[in-house]
Design a protein around this ligand. Structure first.
Ligand code: PHE
Length: 355
């Protein structure tokens, strides 16, 4: 009898120090294993007389049931603890708002570059690129602009070395040279990219964006140039008709050269592009000079074509009613949330280019 009491006491003591499933498993073996204290008690029964055996068996079974259920319950507790801990560790709060996607905006210049690329790709132009750091040769000489040419001074160039051999490109036109040197005609490319001039005020920034266009093939004429630009301006400003005029101009790398103005008017304080009696200059263009073709190993007797260059920032300002160019480059988050675009609104000709 007192054996059972001892066993019970010792069980209670040990049970109260159990810390985890392993401890519990050990405790279980200690009492219910092959040589466990409870198991051994069952073996002593044989030596008892029937009356004693009956009582003893009853008591021993009660104790056995008590302890087993205690152990089982404790196992369950440990299991629940484990599961809860696991749930806690692996918790993902799916109620958090997706901040970056909701608040991130596409800069108007990037948006306009996408719009322009989409419009020109519809009529067979592909997008070419070149580096911001250029050689003096590609930026000027190969473009028929020799060293003493006044156009060099007009470009307010940032030179990067004493000898004036490397510079930040002053226009995207050097990509004409790169493209023609690296391939065979026909060429039909546009080049959006950064350009640099030492100039800064409300309408000029030292870094700005240009779009170059180049189409070289057999029998390309000024008529193709006019048709192409007319198509582009109509698509870009999303108007059916556009008033355009070509004014004679001069660029060393085109002959003849022209500047293009588009008609506009102000209505209720807003600019309306395409009609009206005011003119706005938007680009320079012309037929690629035979010297440029020669410099790039293209035979001017077989091939000819047009080129144009325009300011992308200016186009973005006109289309989206932004009146200070400098704001483009100030990285003011409030400005960007107002004038920026939804990243999922990728412009295409079919879905519509702007919001
Ligand atoms: N590169 C000229 C500029 O920056 C623009 C231009 C490009 C003119 C191509 C004619 C042909 O002013």
């Amino acid at each position: 009898m007192s054996d059972l009491k001892n066993i019970l006491n010792s069980f209670e003591n040990k049970f109260s120090t159990v810390k985890n499933k392993d401890d519990l498993q050990n405790l279980k073996s200690e009492f219910f294993g092959k040589n466990g204290s409870i198991s051994l008690q069952f073996k002593t029964m044989g030596s008892l007389n029937p009356e004693e055996r009956k009582n003893f068996a009853k008591e021993l079974n009660t104790i056995k049931d008590q302890l087993t259920s205690k152990i089982e319950k404790k196992f369950k507790d440990f299991e629940n603890l484990e599961i809860n801990q696991k749930l806690k560790d692996e918790k993902i709060d799916i109620t958090l708002p997706i901040r970056s996607i909701q608040n991130g905006k596409i800069h108007p210049v990037s948006q306009v570059i996408d719009e322009i690329s989409s419009i020109f790709s519809e009529v067979g132009f592909s997008v070419a690129e070149g580096p911001d750091v250029e050689s003096e040769h590609n930026n000027f000489t190969a473009l028929n602009t020799p060293e003493d040419h006044p156009a060099r001074d007009m470009h307010d160039t940032f030179y990067l070395d004493q000898d004036k051999k490397t510079l930040l490109r002053t226009h995207t036109s050097p990509v004409q040279i790169r493209t023609m040197l690296n391939g065979k005609p026909p060429f039909k490319i546009i080049v959006p990219g950064r350009t640099y001039r030492c100039d800064s005020d409300q309408t000029h920034a030292p870094m700005f964006h240009q779009l170059e266009g180049l189409h070289i093939d057999k029998n390309i004429t000024m008529g193709h140039l006019k048709g192409c630009l007319n198509y582009f301006i109509r698509e870009f400003f999303e108007v059916k008709k556009i008033k355009m005029r070509f004014r004679p101009s001069h660029f060393p790398f085109t002959e003849p050269s022209a500047e293009v103005d588009i008609g506009y008017k102000i209505e209720n304080g807003k600019i309306v592009i395409g009609e009206g009696d005011k003119w706005l200059e938007i680009l320079g263009c012309g037929m690629v000079h035979p010297n440029v073709l020669k410099n790039t190993k293209v035979d001017p007797n077989k091939f000819q074509g047009f080129a144009f260059g325009m300011g992308i920032d200016r186009l973005a300002m006109l289309k989206y009613g932004i009146n200070d160019l400098r704001a483009f480059f100030e990285t003011d988050y409030r400005w960007l949330s107002h004038f920026g675009f939804d990243p999922l609104d990728v412009p295409t000709n079919y879905r519509g280019l702007s919001r």
